[in-house]
Structures are given as C-alpha cells and as structure tokens.
Design a binder for this molecule. Structure first.
Ligand code: FES
Ligand code: FES
Length: 219
C-alpha cells in the first residue's frame, strides 16, 4: 500500500516571513513595477489605450482585401481568423494547434504556412490566403472540384488544409509530378486515410490521370 503523501512543510521561513506573505508582498511589488513602467502623466493619449493593453495594430492583405486588426502579441493567425475577425473565417481548421497536422494551412505570400504557428503580428504587409480565398461553392477552384470528384474527403477536418497546400504546390509548379506534390503535402496529415483519393485528385488536376489509370481502377 502506498503511503499518504507527507504533509506540506511549514510555510514559515527561518526569518519568520510566511510564504503567503512573501507572495503577497511580491505581487504588490510587481503591481508597483507596472505602474512605474506606464508613461508619465500627460504623455499618454486615448489613442495609446490599446497599446497600453498590449494590443498591436497589424495591416495585411486577406484574400485580396486590405485588413487592419488589433491583436495581442500572443495571438496566432489561426486564432485571429477563427475568433477575432468579424465575420469569423472558420474554413481554416484547428486540430492539433501545435504544428503537427497541417489542418490549419493557409498561404502567406503564396507559400503554405501553419496558421497555428504564425503570430498575427508577423503579418504586417503580407498576403494571406485562406480556403475562403481559393474558391466559392458556386465557383469551385479546379483543385476543390477534383477533391469532390475523387471523393477525397471523409470527416473533412484535414481537407481545407490539403486543398490550400495543393493549390500552393500547383501554382508554383503546375505540371509537378505526383511524387513532387506528395513531398510538398508531407506536412499535412489525414487521419481518415484518404490519401489515395487526394493523390487521385492531384493527378486529375495535373492531367496525369490517363484513360489507362481509369481502366486499371475499373471506372
Ligand atoms: S492545427 Fe496547425 S498544424 Fe495542426
Ligand atoms: S478526411 Fe478526416 S482527417 Fe482527412
């Protein structure tokens, strides 16, 4: 049988100052420190209020439109898109939120990037393209159409990231080989295992799905 954990040691130090008192005191000192770091009276204006709350203004391009956002330095692009914009852009998915799965992939200046690992403050002057900027339900991008035709989506959580990454890969290299595209999609994971369908969609867009391939598949 395991022993009950020992009782916590007394919080009083040899000098007679309790841990609780010490923390209370240091909290007060920290508060005082913040106070002294603020601008001297008369130098701060109303316009400084967001800055003093820790917000930063960032101007960037989102799906072809100029945007301005006020964000805390810790805000990720994924969080900005899904939780701070009005209306929110929820096509970009949050799955692992730590750079493991690629579900949150967007394009920044034409290159695929994990929005969960990108700080919004780093977007100044940059071009962001999300799945909402790739196509619309009325006018699908050829990659989106091929994903539909090849049934390349099951739960769909990975799909926007795969589409955005595939579009980025084929815009850089429209006739890329399948192996090349696989390499460029290696940062995107599909837990449902739709890879054969995704790669069939890629081949359809690049014109590599020949009659022979269809015949082999019995289509
Ligand atoms: S949510 Fe960003 S990589 Fe998984
Ligand atoms: S379709 Fe479900 S994770 Fe890819």
């Amino acid at each position: 049988m395991s022993e009950h954990p020992p009782e916590p040691r007394s919080t009083s130090s040899a000098g007679g100052v309790s841990r609780r008192r010490f923390l209370q005191g240091s909290g007060g000192a920290l508060a005082a420190g913040v106070g002294t770091a603020a601008p001297a009276a008369g130098t701060a204006s109303a316009a400084d209020a967001p800055r003093l709350r820790g917000e930063v203004e960032v101007r960037f391009e989102l799906n072809g439109e100029a945007r301005t956002a006020r964000v805390e330095p810790r805000t990720t692009l994924l969080s900005l898109l899904r939780h701070h914009l009005q209306p929110p852009l929820t096509g970009t998915k949050e799955v692992c939120d730590r750079g493991n799965c690629g579900a949150c992939t967007v394009q920044i200046d034409g290159l695929p990037a994990y929005s969960c690992l990108t700080l919004a403050v780093d977007l100044a002057g940059r071009r962001v393209r999300t799945i909402e900027g790739v196509g619309t339900p009325e006018s699908l991008h050829p990659v989106q159409r091929a994903f539909c035709e090849q049934d390349a989506s099951m739960c769909g959580f990975c799909t926007p990231g795969f589409v955005v990454a595939t579009v980025a890969a084929l815009e850089r290299e429209p006739r890329a080989s399948l192996e090349r595209v696989k390499e460029r999609l290696s940062g995107n994971l599909c837990r449902c295992g739709t890879y054969p369908h995704i790669f069939a969609a890629v081949q359809e867009v690049t014109g590599q799905r020949t009659d022979e391939v269809y015949r082999e598949e019995g289509r």
